[in-house]
Design a protein around this ligand. Structure first.
Ligand SMILES: Cc1cc2nc3c(=O)[nH]c(=O)nc-3n(C[C@H](O)[C@H](O)[C@H](O)COP(=O)(O)OP(=O)(O)OC[C@H]3O[C@@H](n4cnc5c(N)ncnc54)[C@H](O)[C@@H]3O)c2cc1C
Length: 442
């Protein structure tokens, strides 16, 4: 009899995994709290299209996407903007989130996965420490294992027993509280920089962006501290001053969401359980992109499940999924997570200094969600640190940058010692040491 896999939450990685498992003959059921036509946000996403092919997903029709424009990073003073220079072969695509959902849900259904919409998951059903199913608003569902694709603050992950060692909630500086809205376009003038990303805008700890998109302007404000929609409207005034295109009529979006901007979960599997996508914090720290990595992880998880000939889906047999993920993508997030922590400590004047003196230039700021460009991001580090050391006059900033270099080296060393084979105590000991690297010390 086919093994039954439950996907809790309709996250992108979960649906992509559902499609691959259903194609391989598993009985797959996806439980999503929203109605089908309410899924996804009313805005566009940018992601690496190669991740679709990697996860055996179809490419969208050509009229469903556009290629993304390079971003220009704006330092706090606004003095020395730096434009990214993403090579053509690495350009990401911009697509309506609802079209992305249509693409992957249709594909998963075609492969035989069953979807249950408007059915919120409320927690895990446990037999001892093992997850054997999910509690939903409409009753219990049992299966051979559960894939958690419920997002950043997953209720399923939060309901796991402590002995699994899986982090249940995010800590301070681990997620951005985000306001995003599309506004009317208030000026016909073509801006010199159509896609601006503001670092520490208006003295706030976080980022913001304004993208001029034909007949509308896209505003995003992300901060480490929560704020309200009313406060977001006040903050928008700062961006309007510098961007005549940004009107004041909300056309789409206009609400608050959360994005994890941290290293991936240090333990993402338990007996009968695996987390994927935002639920495993698989976003790129600082920029918060998570679609490509969620898709890529779906292939690693599906292959691990299919390779489990014991059909036990235990922490031990699911562990290769985490090892593969860290090797391909997860370990590369550590340096970015550490750079992000710098954003929480650095003063606007210090950040300006890095831009004004070319220490942060186009090479350093060409970060995309694609692993290749992430690789180049990592390789910039030693040179950047040497450059910084010779140029920075501010002692505190020099110390901060050098410490960052040391922490990045330490994180790489700890990543390399991740146990290759699962054992609860060695894994939890490793995870404790790894997580400690990212604790913010003021
Ligand atoms: C404003 C914003 C802009 C972004 N822009 C980009 C971008 O341009 N490019 C990019 O790559 N990434 C972007 N991201 C990140 C990206 O959305 C995620 O990283 C990606 O979607 C992977 O997350 P996920 O699908 O696992 O989780 P989510 O998108 O959080 O999806 C989780 C799903 O689970 C459902 N769910 C939650 N709880 C329950 C429950 N209890 N029961 C049942 N269902 C539940 C939710 O309704 C949702 O459908 C952005 C995120 C935000 C918020």
């Amino acid at each position: 009899m086919a093994k039954k896999i439950i996907v809790a939450g309709g996250g992108h990685g979960g649906i992509a995994c559902a499609a691959q498992l259903a194609a391989a003959g598993y009985e797959v059921e996806v439980y999503e709290k929203h109605a089908r036509d309410q899924m996804g946000y009313d805005w566009t996403d940018i992601f690496d299209p190669k991740s679709l092919r990697y996860a055996h997903l179809p490419m969208p029709a050509r009229d469903k996407y556009e290629y993304k424009t390079n971003m220009t990073f704006i330092p706090p003073s606004g003095r020395t903007p730096v434009k990214q220079d993403v090579p053509e072969s690495e350009l990401e695509i911009k697509m309506e989130r609802r079209d992305i959902y249509d693409l992957i849900i249709t594909h998963a259904e075609k492969n035989g996965a069953k979807f249950f919409f408007s059915q919120a998951v409320t927690g895990a059903i446990l037999a001892g420490d093992r997850v054997i199913g999910i509690e939903t608003e409409k009753g219990q569902v049992f299966g051979d294992m559960v894939i958690d694709a419920c997002g950043c603050e997953s209720v399923l992950r939060a309901s796991l027993p402590d002995v699994c060692g899986i982090q249940k909630h995010t800590n301070a500086f681990e997620k951005f509280y985000v306001y995003r809205a599309f506004y009317n376009r208030a000026s016909e003038e073509e801006p010199e920089h159509p896609y601006k990303v503001y670092m520490l805008p208006n003295g706030r700890m976080g980022i913001g962006w304004v993208a001029c998109e034909g007949d509308y302007s896209d505003l995003l404000i992300g901060e480490f501290e929560p704020f309200t929609v009313e406060e977001a409207e006040q903050k928008a005034a700062f961006f309007r001053k510098d961007n005549p295109v940004l009107g004041d009529k909300v056309l789409r979006g206009g609400y608050m969401v959360e994005i994890p901007v941290r290293q991936p979960l240090s333990i993402m599997v338990a007996d009968g359980y695996a987390a994927i996508g935002d639920s495993a914090f698989m976003t790129v720290p600082i920029i918060g992109s998570g679609l490509a990595d969620a898709f890529k992880a779906s292939k690693m998880l599906a292959e691990t499940i299919i390779a489990d000939k014991s059909e036990t889906y235990s922490a031990e047999t699911l562990w290769p999924y985490q090892v593969k993920y860290y090797k391909a993508l997860g370990a590369g997030m550590a340096p970015l997570a550490l750079v992000k922590l710098l954003l929480a400590k650095i003063t606007p004047a210090q950040l300006d200094y890095l831009f004004d003196n070319g220490i942060l230039g186009a090479d350093e700021l060409t970060i995309t969600a694609d692993s290749t460009s992430l690789g180049s991001m990592l390789s910039f580090n030693p040179a950047l640190l040497a450059k910084a050391k010779s140029l920075i006059k501010d002692k505190e900033l020099t110390a901060m940058v050098l410490k960052l270099g040391k922490d990045i080296g330490r994180a790489a060393a700890v990543c390399a010692t991740m146990p290759k084979v699962y054992g609860r105590y060695p894994v939890q000991r490793w995870a404790k040491g790894y997580d400690k690297l990212f604790r913010l010390k003021k």
